[in-house]
Design a protein around this ligand. Structure first.
Ligand code: BGC
Length: 756
């Protein structure tokens, strides 16, 4: 195959066995070559946060490790930067490393929604909010593909837990799919045009994602226009022919001798149209062709480590600060650095995204380097060995000694490596008891030394049980190999913290909207909370949270003023454009970055809607005293809900709240706008209720006319009594006819004929 040769044309020249072979990999990481036609194989590799190229052929479980690569902040960290430009840079660096290693496709990013804080892979996913997840993931893919390396958005769809992930049926109503679980995929596919989409392991509403035609073909290709390759998650294929027919092009890893034989037999028996095989094989050829544009690159170890440090610092979220931070480098300062995690940092999660880092910054060393005039006293405080890292009274006593007389105790806390990983979900959201006990002990034994808690964990953890004893809390997530340097940058104020929560930190696990429906049972997990995922659910139930979605402090303060929301175009014509403008100022004494967030609410809707939904955001930098006008655009879709009744997006005319703020619970400005439009007509039938008939612009007058007028001039029949109307308003019209409530079956029939 030459570069210019038509891929479709070539697919037609191949034999059925050659095409079947192309639709399977040749081994764990490679597509199949077709030597006769000069088609080489290309290598794919994991790497949402850093490349995991396995050097040993056939090393499927990864026991020989992977080649050294920069370990960038994991997705939960990167998303907390709320900075798509930064995500683009990280994507481009990943792409460059892939080029250096001869990799054609990086298997990421993962955009599954954090439905529960328990999901073991939450560190690999971006957010509980689809808008934020979609924007950040699209930027990563755009960065990757700027290097002519393919992005592969995964896992499509509704893979929101690890428990039984290979089989469980995620039972999700279409509205929740359309509003919560699809939009991040949809945005990445339509805007960043990834080369690949990876299907999920699980079933969606009873059908394996790998065999789900509506998912892989009707929605993904038909509605969103995806023109790339659909690859299976590793081992997600159960019936190769059904998967091919549903739209799954490439099976990885290949079930050699089984899947290819099944395809060949199905074509021979007429059970699978050869055109379907041609199309899938053609897409694999297109991938090979695209990969040829990639030029080799050298690995920029130092440059990428510096980027990893910058990205980590931008991603850290300052949850709480009574003023103890930033630490000054005042001569004579004594800093107790406590916690095994300060010496043995945890900076990435386990499983298929695990990277062999090029180097690792040690937080305690980096802090010492950043505070040259200070005395640093280190104490481990606890051990991280074992699953629920053990408490050791000796280690705790040593920590108390180190903190005694110190100006500040920087206490590194977090989950031990065995606590969160691909492959299983967490059982709770608590820190190991040894660590919370240590915080309490420090607070009571050394009350004059303020505790700054530094958290290293991949997903939301409960803080309310212990953070009252901390003067400041910095959430670092799993921030990659340069976490140590980045944490020193933020603690000392060399970098002002600017991360914001991409997931709510609940007070208690039991408060989570998905709590009663996670992780399901008997092969099914029912997404019973519907669209009320994350802050949408906490806000709708008005439930307290520890730290709200979008929250994050800085070392300065910001003011918001002059919200102006204007409309042009019209909802009915589909070109409604809403412009949101406001002025944000830095009112503090240091430069800083603010994340301006725009939430939309529809207070009087026909369906239950979350009070606030994020629809736009911008991260801006301001010097002290400076102001900036920030502008956002919203569309019809941003105001609409997915109607299960009409099976489409519906914009209800009327009032909408446009709220601008610094978090989902720190709204600074609100403007109510009136949006004109026509609600979709709901066809009236005999099953439509009295209330629906009366509310309908044609049905109401027709029904009133049919009921006539009473002797007193009031409406006839039951319509003359407000009390009866109230009582019977939920009755279908045909049931009223059965009751003989002033209307006959014949009248119902002619009313229907009159209004349809
Ligand atoms: C994971 C994918 C990963 C693949 C290849 C699967 O188990 O779910 O995210 O890309 O393995 O390692």
């Amino acid at each position: 195959m030459t570069d210019g040769e038509s891929v479709a044309g070539l697919a037609a020249e191949l034999s059925v066995p050659q095409k079947a072979a192309l639709c399977l990999g040749s081994d764990f990481w490679h597509t199949a070559p077709v030597g006769e036609f000069g088609i080489e194989s290309v290598m794919v590799s994991d790497g949402p946060h850093g490349l995991r190229k396995q050097p040993q052929p056939g090393d499927s479980p990864g026991q020989y490790g992977s080649v050294a690569a920069t370990c960038f902040p994991t997705a939960s960290a990167l998303a907390s930067s709320w900075d798509p430009d930064l995500a683009y840079e990280v994507g481009a660096a990943l792409g460059a490393e892939a080029r250096a290693q001869g990799i054609a496709v990086v298997l990421g990013p993962g955009v599954n929604i954090k439905r529960s804080p328990l999901c073991g892979r939450n560190f690999e996913y971006l957010s509980e909010d689809p808008h934020l997840a979609g924007r950040m993931a699209a930027a990563v893919v755009a960065g990757l593909q700027s290097q002519q390396v393919g992005g592969c958005v995964k896992h499509f769809a509704a893979n929101n837990q690890e428990t039984d992930r290979m089989r469980v049926s995620a039972d999700v109503d279409e509205r929740a799919l359309r509003e919560i679980y699809f939009p991040a995929f949809e945005h990445v596919v339509t805007v960043a045009r990834p080369w690949l989409v990876m299907c999920a392991y699980n079933k969606l509403n009873g059908t394996y994602a790998s065999q789900h035609r509506w998912l892989l073909t009707d929605v993904l290709r038909g509605e969103w226009g995806f023109d790339g390759l659909v690859v299976s998650d590793w081992g997600a294929v159960h019936d190769r022919v059904a998967a091919l027919a549903a739209g799954l092009d490439l099976e990885m890893p290949p079930d050699l001798g089984v899947s290819d034989a099944a395809i060949i037999d199905a074509v021979a028996a007429g059970d699978l149209a050869e055109a379907v095989l041609d199309q899938a094989a053609g897409r694999v050829l297109r991938l090979v062709q695209r990969a040829r544009q990639r030029k080799p690159a050298a690995l920029d170890v130092a440059g990428h480590h510096a980027l990893a440090r910058r990205a980590a610092a931008q991603s850290m979220v300052l949850l709480k600060n009574d003023g103890v931070l930033p630490l000054t480098g005042a001569p004579g300062l004594t800093v107790a650095v406590i916690g095994e995690l300060a010496r043995t940092p945890r900076f990435q999660g386990a499983g298929s995204s695990q990277v062999s880092p090029t180097r690792v910054d040690i937080p305690v060393d980096e802090l010492a380097a950043a505070l040259p005039g200070a005395t640093i006293r280190f104490a481990a405080g606890y051990s991280t060995a074992g699953d629920d890292a053990g408490s050791d009274p000796g280690l705790a006593a040593e920590a108390v000694r180190a903190a005694t007389g110190a100006d500040v105790a920087v206490v590194f806390l977090g989950l031990p490596p065995g606590a969160e990983s691909e492959g299983f979900d967490r059982a709770h959201i608590d820190l190991p008891e040894a660590q919370t006990r240590l915080v309490a002990e420090l607070a009571s034994a050394v009350p004059r030394t303020p505790v700054v808690a530094v958290l290293c964990n991949g997903a939301a953890m409960a803080t309310s049980t212990w953070d009252g004893a901390a003067a400041a809390v910095l959430e670092c997530w799993l921030a990659g190999q340069a976490m140590g340097g980045a944490v020193a940058d933020v603690l000392t104020g060399a970098v002002s913290p600017s991360g914001r929560l991409a997931e709510t930190i609940p007070v208690r696990l039991a408060d989570c909207p998905s709590y009663l429906n996670f992780p399901g049972e008997e092969g099914h997990v029912r997404y019973g909370e519907g669209v009320f995922v994350g802050y949408r659910g906490y806000d709708a139930a008005d439930r307290p949270v520890a730290y709200a979605f979008g929250h994050g402090l800085t070392y300065t303060s910001f003011s918001y003023r002059d919200l102006r929301v204007t409309q042009s175009g019209s909802a009915d014509a589909g070109d409604l454009a809403i412009t949101v403008r406001c002025v944000v100022g830095n009112t503090g004494g240091r430069s800083g970055r603010e994340v301006v967030q725009v939430y939309v609410g529809d207070p009087a809707a026909a369906v239950a809607r979350p009070p606030r939904e994020l629809k736009a955001f911008a991260k801006i930098s301001l010097e002290p005293g400076a102001e900036q006008e920030v502008m956002f655009g919203l569309t019809v879709r941003d105001l609409s809900y997915w109607s299960a009744l009409h099976r489409r997006w519906v914009l209800e005319p009327g009032e909408f709240q446009i709220a601008v703020g610094a978090s989902s619970r720190d709204i600074r400005l609100i403007q109510v706008i009136d949006v004109a439009g026509t609600s979709p007509a709901q066809p009236l039938t005999g099953a439509s209720t009295l209330a629906e008939w009366l509310a309908d612009p044609a049905g109401g007058p027709a029904l009133r006319a049919a009921m006539g007028t009473g002797p007193d001039g009031r409406p006839g029949g039951i319509l003359g009594s407000d009390e009866l109307v109230r009582m019977l308003r939920q009755f279908p019209l045909s049931t009223l006819a059965v009751f003989g409530a002033g209307i006959t079956h014949e009248q119902v029939e002619s009313l229907i004929a009159a209004v349809t």
